[in-house]
Design a protein around this ligand. Sequence first.
Ligand SMILES: Cc1cc2nc3c(=O)[nH]c(=O)nc-3n(C[C@H](O)[C@H](O)[C@H](O)COP(=O)(O)OP(=O)(O)OC[C@H]3O[C@@H](n4cnc5c(N)ncnc54)[C@H](O)[C@@H]3O)c2cc1C
Length: 506
Amino acid sequence: MGKFSFFIPVGWGVLFAIAGCVAAMHYVPEYGIYSFLLLPLVIVLLFKQVHPRSTCSLFAEDAVLFDMPTSGGEGKSVVVVGGGISGLSAAKFLIQAGCNVTLLEQREIVGGNNDPYIENGEHHATTVIITLPAQQPHYLRLCRELGIEQTPHDFEDLKGSIVFEDRELNTKMGSGIGGFLKFICREATLKELIDGFIIFYRFYRQFKLRPESTKSVTDVLGKRLVNSTVFTHFYMPWVGINTWCRFEDVEIQPAHVFASFIFEYALTVKIRDKTHKYKEDYWSVLDGRLIHKLRDTLLEDDRYKQHLNTQVGNISRDSDGRLTVHSKGGGSWDCDAVIVATQPVQALPVLGEVAPKILIDELEKWKQMDCYVLFHTDFSDIGNRPWLHQTHRNETTGKYYITNTIKPRMGCLDSKYLITFVYNTENYLDFKAHHMDESTIVKLYEPKLPIFNLENSIDRNTVWREIDSRCTDVFWTQACRSGLQYHNNGIVSAKRVARRVLGHDW
Ligand SMILES: Cc1cc2nc3c(=O)[nH]c(=O)nc-3n(C[C@H](O)[C@H](O)[C@H](O)COP(=O)(O)OP(=O)(O)OC[C@H]3O[C@@H](n4cnc5c(N)ncnc54)[C@H](O)[C@@H]3O)c2cc1C
């Protein structure tokens, strides 16, 4: 019996799957045939186990909550450079442990890429729009601790569109795997379905069943599938826009980074935070409240100082080993430790003189791309839908680019503002000239985005655990340290670095 015990449940699983397909053909004959396409996937799901070094396992590791010290930092002075979610949360954990913290931010407000827009006391989402809180446990815990309730978005109930050259595919976002399958069976051609399923399976395998590897999107899909319409007009505007993958990045973006958006967020394979309460496992709006609450809570503490409009130029170390942080405006701050919480490219000139070589070498693997976020009121394309993903052809370069237009406010179809993301200057100019009414732009944001590539996104926790352990008083952290965990990673990485400042392990 022993050696067959594994095959018995699997055999039953396969039998049930076949029976399910037959039943689907009988009860919904127009779509039932397509359920057979899922059969290989079901069989793989039953046989294959999650690989311990897969991206899926790494996400599980970053979802584990751990306690932060509430003492041990007394008398220690720390400078934090950068007031995005990473810098603010690092400051919070250090203050909580008793440190004196000075935060230096080059802009006139804190918030970084999640730069919130406030009008008449209302917090509007800008560069950052949505989150699935149950998939971001460290983010969710911090929101709960600061008394911020999740505000679900209407994505679940309203159909948005992915625009093909000849038609629009209408679906609800986050409708779950069942809703997703129903939608594609209804709207796609047979060729698109087959290509789409092959792509889906290859990404799934890369995300969950294989160890992270230096395989790019093109390596995993092959040239034919990367050039198929289902990839250029469906996967790229739906997934590529969210993994910061431009068409020119498909050969350098690791397939597991691309896949992680699909299986961690859009069609969630495993819910990470089992303690989620009502609506915390829904798509929710990320507006400015977390940033503002963090800032206000910090400012109430005498041990916290914040200097805005203060751009740090460099950090020096004197012969006694004492650190001084210098702003470009001539200010200087002596301290026991520094945490630089900026984009990698921004950190390099600041850290150059004092950081260990292993950290500098890692930061040099990152390049930066331009992103434009248009805050506008041109509703002509999106109409009454909550979101619209598009692939356009640039009239000057002749190349494809993607955009995402979204109504970021929850539960309000008469949303006042829209946001549209577009990557690269030439595409922003093309979009503005040919796809929207420029006069409706209320505000333009230009966040900088790190480019995930085959050198900086593999087995990241092993890499960063080693780097953090070699840093003694100069540290770097940022949300991009582990691929696509957005705010969760900004916060969990800030926790890990704050623990190191306090003399603890990760
Ligand atoms: C278009 C777009 C959409 C996004 N969508 C989502 C989403 O839906 N969900 C989600 O969870 N995340 C999303 N993100 C990601 C999220 O915005 C980032 O992960 C997060 O803002 C990163 O925070 P951070 O603190 O790590 O870095 P940053 O936000 O980059 O903060 C770094 C800060 O350092 C400051 N700084 C830099 N250099 C210096 C210097 N020399 N001296 C002083 N200060 C300096 C900068 O001004 C900035 O304030 C999105 C990002 C973008 C751009």
